[in-house]
Each structure stands twice: as structure tokens, then as C-alpha cells.
Design a protein around this ligand. Structure first.
Ligand code: BGC
Length: 835
């Protein structure tokens, strides 16, 4: 028996992350017992005991919050012991460490005087010892990388990340013990523009959004000795990065020696929030891919194909003579065998390196790219094996694996996974390649349920929701369409359904999938504020509780509207009211979970909205009057239809009338297959999944997609990009089908938050032959698998320690499964039997 995934505030051994009280979570593997009898926790700081829980029966492995006054810059070591119901025990140790918390800074903000867009700041200092632990507390704006004695500090990139800088400035804490020398040391901070001051936003975008210069603040401590701080004694050096921003890439001229330009200036950013221990996950290298093919195009270009559309950059070994130049320009697809990236719009996306003749490893510093291909321009010969694609994302691990008997479906699952991985860099972005890469709330909420199954999301969402609530605080509770908000006119708007509903849906999905009460509590004020905002607005207009006005993206990019353009046919006010109802219901349920007296008020509001919705949008037989797949599916999944079964039959008819093809957009797509599976039409859901012609998921797979596209037909059957424009080949919303594969095809769903109790309701289908999902849930590792063999079907399940499941097999009464492995054999159902 052993303890795994031991986390403090959703992080493994966190150092310098914002926390009020530590919340411990863990899973148990390899136990002979089935349930936890008790757990105990001891915490020490500098060898002194600061907390002893004793053996506690109600220690919740999904989130055990410990009340303990935390000190700044302190390492806390803990030992967690878990005892099972059979007397078996497991024990593990770990640590968490605080950052500066509210300790005053001895350092001053400094800024380069001469260089505005990238700079190096340097300081030499002495250390009397090298073997005592040392920590660097640092924030650099826009982006920074820090080096101690020539070595890069830490394994994260693009720090301090992208957040609402006007509300808070995240401070990183680094363990620099191994890099410090006894005697003379040199600390260098390299700065670039990033999201803070570089170009951001489409149609040309804006610059200097949060500031018009670069800044840094740092303190380097060894034990209780302050070794160095940023102040006017720092020097400004010439930077080899001659230009860099998020969209356009970077130019690195290695011939420019870091010559001294003069002293740095004491200057602090204005209009920014206070320094605060970080909330964001670090961005790290999470994967690395070699060149799959070096292509020479008919037009004479050289292209590196990495075989996968991904987010990150290319690293290479430079072997160029002095003055040699090498540039790499990103693209997602070839057109007629030639390089193409017009879909990046104004984002230049080029990394250029100018050599000083030294052989070295080269990569960008202050930019990232969305790409499968890189057009290589170089005045000397190169070797493909010198290049690799580095996948960067916020460092959350993958938690889901799934395989079926269909190769194209397996590829689709992988594409959906990549779509999420590629768009979870600092904020949940719409896409990683063109001149947007923004935290669009609608895309983020649409994928959030699937994301909570596929990746370990709590820390990432905690940060996004932190920023979202900060933005709400100046919008009277409304939620912007993009978080962090782009401050000026263009996309400063808020309150569009179902973009703004992210403020309620994301924390709720996070609660359902991880059962982390502390996070729900932290998110609750923002959830409530959005519903209150909606209520105030709709009550200002006469009539029942419904959304009555406003601009709503609604079923964005659906295909059912005879009017050309990106808007779907489903009435946006119906969709907005449906979400209003669902959000009020969620606030009521959250209030109840948190023991708040106002829960009843929101319950009553949601009932009123539901009654008004039924009155206005449903007919006498309880069917939604709007004849679209999206309206019918939403009515089922949100529980709006008084007769879900009849509504399911109506949805099925709509799909059959459309030749078993979908025509849904951002709202309808995530709910379409769940609504069918839920109402006895799982067969039809599988039929939609298996379509290969437009519009369908496998259409893109058949055309060679390695990620999910923005439009159902971003690429036309002849391989050309859709001339309508707005074609990202890496948008994740339609990847929500991966969530349905886990929840319905394999039938694994949380019955209680965090999968402490799960539903196992696999839906075998001969067309797929077999399916197997394996999920590292908050409660532990679940497996749900089925395999059709002749007339038989074999099932395999794993339920983790501390959890239980309700098994629902076709034609059988529900059956209780406790922790452990379970195998069953049954008759292969005739449903789904169409070959
Ligand atoms: C983005 C979307 C976003 C939308 C808002 C697009 O440009 O890429 O995914 O949600 O605008 O309508």
C-alpha cells in the first residue's frame, strides 16, 4: 500500500505559491483494504513540530484543510500516514514552502534606462557559504529569465506568466542552492516584452497594455541572510534579443556581446496590482518531438515537419559560422505542398538566430508558437537531427487514457488531448498560433468538463478564476469575454452568453470532478456575482425571469443557420436564459454545499427561470419549440424539458433528418452526444461519431488533423483552407467529444464529487469493437473497459481504494462495486449492431 499524488493546494511540493491554509490531498495505490480508517498528519518547520492532527477518521483525501498560521519564506515538512480498514498502513513525507506572503520587500523595483523592449540586468555579489539553502524571490515584467553564474534558474519558461497584472503581480520562488558559489556570484535577469507590453489583440492589437517599460524586482536569501536585492547598483547590459513578442517571434543576435550600457534605474510599474506569491502553474517543457520529415517543397522551401500540431518552440544545435543566419517560421498546414500560414493573420511567428560562430543549443525566450511545420531559412547546410519541437504548457499532468477498436476514433481522442494541452499555456486560450491566443471565456467553459477528465486542472483553473473574479470586481459582477481582459475598446466587452457563464460553469466542473471544497469556497463569490448581475439586468426590464437583451455569441459557428456568418440558428436569448437558469441552480447547490443561508433564494430563482423558459420556449407536450439540435440537446442536459425522453426522441429525429450528422456549434457540440446517450439514443451518438464526411469529427481526422479545428470545415476536402477565414487548426471546443467517450462510451462518470462514488455504465457497440478508459481521478485510478467477442462481451473495471461505484450493465439491475478489480461477461447487446 502506498500514497501517491500527495498535493498541497493542488500542487506537488509547492514552493512560494499563494495559500491561506494548506489543503492536503492524496490517493492510495496497492492497498489490500478498501477504505480509509484514519489519516494523520504531522508538520514541522525547522525541526519544530507545528501541527499534529492525531489519527483522524474524517481526514478527506480529496481535500483536508489544515488551520495553521503560516510564516513567510518557511519550509514546512510533513508526514502523512493513512490507515486502511484492514489495518494496513502507508506513510509518506513531503514539504511545502511559503513565499514572501505579506513580508515587506527590501528590494526596489528597477528598470533598464536605455532598452525598452528587451534588456539584461546584472549584479555581482558575494556569498560566504555555498552549502546552505538559498532562495530567489523574483518578478520581472513583461517576461523574464534569470541566470545565476551563467546557469538558467529553474525549469520554467515565460515567467511570470500571463495574468491580470493590473490586479496582482505574481512572484516566483526559486531554489538556487545548487547554483550559488562561495565567493563571487553573478545574477542576471533577462527581460522581454511578453503579454505585459508586447503586441496583444487581433486587428493589429495593442502594445504597452500594462506598462511601457520593463521592470524587475528580486531578493536572494540564504537562510536569514539577504545576499542581494535589486536596486540602483544593478547594471544594464545590451541584450542579444533584438526583438521579441508573443505573436511575432524573436530575433536573437548572438554576435551582440552583453556590453555595459550603464546603471539601471529605480522605477516601479504604475497601474499594476501588488506583488503577491504566485497563483499560476509554471510553464514547462512537457514533451519533445523529433523532426518527422525534412521536406523540400516544389517551390524550393525547406520545411521541418514535426508530425504534430503543438504549442511551444523549436530548439536546435546551432553549428553556424559567425554571421550565419537561421530562421524558423511557424505553420500548421501545407497548401499544395507549400508552406502556408496566412491563417496566423498578422502574427509573424518567426524565430531568427544570428550566429557568433559558437556551437550551442538555441531556443527562443520571450515568444511561443503554435505549429506542426517550421519553414527553415538558413544560409548554410543543416541536419534535421539537430532540431526538436519542444511542447510547452502550464505544467498539469494528463489524467486520461482511452482506446477503442477504431483507429480514427483513437486519433480523434489524441487530437482532443493535444487541443487542450496546446491551449493551456498560462490561460485557457482560444488558439495558440494566430494573433489572438487570448483567454476567451466561452471556449474555456465549453471544454472545462472534458478538461477536468483529461488533465489535472485545479491549480490552472484556480489562477484563471482568480483573474476572472478580479475582472468581475470592476464590471459589477459581469464576466468579460476574454480573461485577462484586454482593456481597451476592441474586446473589452463582457456578459455574452455562454462566455460569461464560465464564471460559474468552470468552478462547478472543478468541484464535480475534484471535490475540492476550498476551491469552491474561493470561487463562490464570483459565481454568485455573475448570477446577481444577470438578475439585476433582466429585472430592470419588465416580465418574467429570462435574459431579455444583450449580445450573445451563443451557438457560435453552428452550421444550422441559413443566414451566412458565424452565428448559429438557435435563439441566443433562449440559450442565454438556459444558462442563466443553470447558473442560478449551480449557485444554489454550491450555497447548500457551503452551508450558506442564501441557497434557497437561488433555488427559487432557478425555479422561476425554468418556469418562464418552459412557458416561452416549450410547447404543450413539453418539447422545445426551437427546432435545432442545439436547443433540444441543451434542454435535455440542463434538465429544461419536462419530458426528457420525449425531448431525446425529438433530438434523435432532428439528427436523423440531417442524415445522422451534427450541425451544432460551441454550445450544442459539447451536449449533443451526452443528450442522445442519456435519452436512449446512444446508437445515434455513435453514428454521429463515426461519420467521416463533413460535418463530423472524423472528417478532420481523415484529412490528417492532429488537433481539433475551429470550424468543422476549416480545411476543405481538397486540402485548401476554408476561404471564409478565421481558421485555427488548434481550437479545443469540439474536442469535448473526448469527454463523452469517457463518460458515455466507457460510462465512467462521477456520482459524487471527485469520483469518491462513480457511475460505471459502459455502452458496448459492435462498430467500435472495444473501448477502455483509464482515469487518474481525484479519488484514484479508475478503469472501465468493454470488449465485444462473438456474442459475448467482457467487462473490466477497477475502482480505487476509498471509492465505490454503481455498475449499470445493459439489461441488468444496478450493482455495487467496491475498491478493487472486477470482471464480468455478458451478452453483446444487439443495439449498436449495425456494421
Ligand atoms: C476566437 C474564439 C472566440 C471568438 C468569440 C474568436 O476569434 O478564436 O474562439 O471565442 O472569437 O467569438
Amino acid at each position: 500500500m502506498k500514497l501517491e499524488k500527495i498535493r498541497v493546494c493542488n500542487l506537488e511540493e509547492p514552493m512560494g505559491f499563494a495559500m491561506d491554509a494548506p489543503v492536503f490531498s492524496w490517493t492510495v495505490e496497492g492497498a489490500a483494504g478498501k477504505q480509509q480508517r484514519w489519516a494523520s498528519l504531522t508538520i514541522t518547520a525547522a525541526g519544530e513540530s507545528v501541527y499534529e492532527s492525531g489519527e483522524t477518521a474524517d481526514a478527506d483525501s480529496l481535500g483536508w484543510q489544515v488551520r495553521l498560521p503560516l510564516k513567510a519564506r518557511t519550509r514546512y515538512d510533513f508526514t502523512l500516514t493513512v490507515c486502511a480498514d484492514d489495518g494496513g498502513k502507508a506513510c509518506a513525507s513531503g514539504f511545502f514552502e511559503t513565499g514572501k506572503r505579506d513580508e515587506a520587500w527590501s528590494a526596489q523595483w528597477i528598470s533598464p534606462k536605455i532598452q525598452k523592449n528587451s534588456a539584461l540586468l546584472r549584479k555581482s555579489f558575494r556569498a560566504e557559504e555555498s552549502d546552505r539553502p538559498a532562495r530567489l524571490y523574483l518578478c520581472g515584467l513583461g517576461l523574464y529569465e534569470a541566470y545565476l553564474n551563467g546557469e538558467k534558474i529553474g525549469d520554467e519558461y515565460l515567467a511570470p506568466g500571463y495574468h491580470a497584472y493590473d490586479f496582482h503581480l505574481g512572484v516566483q520562488t526559486y531554489d538556487v542552492s545548487g547554483l550559488l558559489h562561495r565567493g563571487e556570484n553573478q545574477l542576471v535577469i533577462a527581460l522581454g516584452e511578453g503579454w505585459f507590453k508586447g503586441r496583444l489583440g487581433f486587428d493589429g492589437g495593442y502594445t504597452d497594455l500594462y506598462g511601457d517599460r520593463l521592470y524587475a524586482i528580486a531578493e536572494l536569501w540564504q537562510g536569514n541572510t539577504l545576499l542581494t536585492v535589486t536596486d540602483e547598483s544593478w547594471e544594464e547590459l545590451r541584450s542579444p534579443v533584438t526583438s521579441a513578442n508573443i505573436y511575432d517571434g524573436e530575433t536573437w543576435d548572438a554576435r551582440l556581446s552583453p556590453e555595459l550600457l550603464g546603471p539601471a534605474e529605480a522605477a516601479a510599474p504604475t497601474g499594476c496590482g501588488p506583488l503577491q506569491d504566485r497563483v499560476n502553474l509554471p510553464v514547462k517543457e512537457m514533451d519533445r518531438l523529433p523532426v518527422r520529415e525534412l521536406i523540400r517543397t516544389p517551390g524550393g522551401d525547406t520545411i521541418l515537419d514535426f508530425g504534430q500540431n503543438l504549442t511551444g518552440w523549436v530548439q536546435f544545435t546551432a553549428r553556424l559560422p559567425e554571421g550565419g543566419r537561421l530562421s524558423l517560421t511557424a505553420g500548421e498546414i501545407l497548401q499544395d505542398g507549400e508552406f502556408y500560414n496566412e491563417n496566423y493573420r498578422t502574427a509573424v511567428s518567426t524565430f531568427t538566430y544570428l550566429s557568433d560562430g559558437t556551437q550551442r543549443e538555441v531556443r527562443p525566450h520571450f515568444s511561443f508558437f503554435g505549429f506542426r511545420y517550421m519553414k527553415l531559412v538558413c544560409d548554410c547546410p543543416v541536419r534535421a537531427e539537430d532540431f526538436s519541437a519542444v511542447h510547452l504548457r502550464s505544467a498539469m499532468p494528463q489524467t486520461a487514457r482511452l482506446e477503442t477498436g477504431s483507429e480514427p476514433v483513437n486519433r480523434l481522442f489524441q487530437n482532443a488531448l493535444w487541443g487542450m494541452k496546446d491551449n493551456f499555456l498560462e490561460v485557457p486560450t482560444d488558439c495558440p498560433q494566430r494573433d489572438e491566443r487570448l483567454g476567451w471565456t466561452g471556449d474555456a467553459q465549453a471544454i472545462s468538463e472534458t478538461a477536468c477528465q483529461a488533465l489535472y486542472m485545479p491549480a490552472f483553473y484556480r489562477k484563471y478564476l482568480w483573474d476572472l473574479r478580479a475582472e468581475q470586481s470592476v464590471l459589477g459582477g459581469s464576466v468579460p469575454n476574454v480573461v485577462p481582459r484586454i482593456k481597451r475598446d476592441m474586446i473589452g466587452e463582457s456578459g455574452s452568453c455562454p462566455w460569461a457563464d464560465a464564471g460559474v460553469i468552470i468552478p462547478w466542473n472543478t468541484w464535480r470532478y475534484y471535490g475540492n471544497r476550498a476551491l469552491l469556497q474561493e470561487s463562490y463569490p464570483g459565481m454568485k456575482a455573475w448570477v446577481d448581475f444577470q438578475r439585476k439586468r433582466e429585472e430592470a426590464i419588465e416580465g418574467p425571469h429570462l435574459v431579455k437583451d444583450g449580445f450573445h455569441f451563443a451557438d457560435w459557428l453552428a452550421l444550422d443557420n441559413p443566414q451566412p456568418g458565424p452565428f448559429g440558428a438557435t435563439d441566443p436569448l433562449f440559450i442565454a436564459s438556459a444558462y442563466y437558469c443553470r447558473c442560478a441552480q449551480i449557485v444554489a447547490e454550491s450555497g447548500r454545499i457551503l452551508g450558506l443561508p442564501e441557497a434557497g433564494e437561488y433555488e427559487a430563482l432557478s425555479r422561476d427561470i425554468l418556469a418562464a423558459l418552459r412557458e416561452k420556449y416549450f410547447d404543450g407536450s413539453g418539447l422545445c419549440r426551437i427546432p435545432t439540435q442545439t436547443a433540444a440537446a441543451l434542454s435535455i442536459v440542463f434538465g429544461l424539458s419536462p419530458d426528457a425522453k420525449a425531448q431525446g426522441d425529438a433530438l434523435n429525429r432532428l439528427v436523423e433528418a440531417n442524415d445522422s450528422h451534427l450541425n451544432t456549434g460551441f454550445v450544442g457540440t459539447p451536449v449533443l452526444c451526452p443528450a442522445l446517450s442519456q435519452t436512449g439514443h446512444h446508437d445515434t451518438a455513435v453514428s454521429i461519431l463515426l461519420q467521416e464526411d463533413f460535418p463530423s469529427w472524423l472528417y478532420s481526422v481523415k484529412l490528417g488533423a492532429t488537433t481539433i479545428w475551429e470550424r468543422w470545415n476549416s480545411v476543405l476536402p481538397d486540402g485548401h483552407m476554408n476561404p471564409e477565414g478565421m481558421n485555427s487548426l488548434n481550437h479545443y471546443t469540439y474536442g469535448s467529444i473526448a469527454g463523452w467517450m469517457i463518460s458515455w462510451l466507457c460510462g465512467l462518470r462521477p456520482m459524487e464529487p471527485g469520483y469518491r462514488r462513480a457511475i460505471l455504465e459502459p455502452r458496448p457497440d459492435r462498430r467500435l469493437g472495444h473501448a477502455r478508459a483509464e482515469l487518474e481521478t481525484a479519488a484514484g485510478r479508475f478503469v472501465s473497459a468493454w470488449r465485444c467477442e462473438g456474442d459475448s462481451i467482457h467487462y473490466d473495471f477497477t475502482v480505487p481504494f476509498g471509492a465505490s461505484a454503481e455498475l449499470r450493465l445493459p439489461g441488468e439491475a444496478p450493482w455495487e462495486l467496491s475498491a478493487g478489480k472486477h470482471r464480468f461477461t455478458g451478452n453483446c447487446p444487439q443495439t449498436g449492431g449495425r456494421e
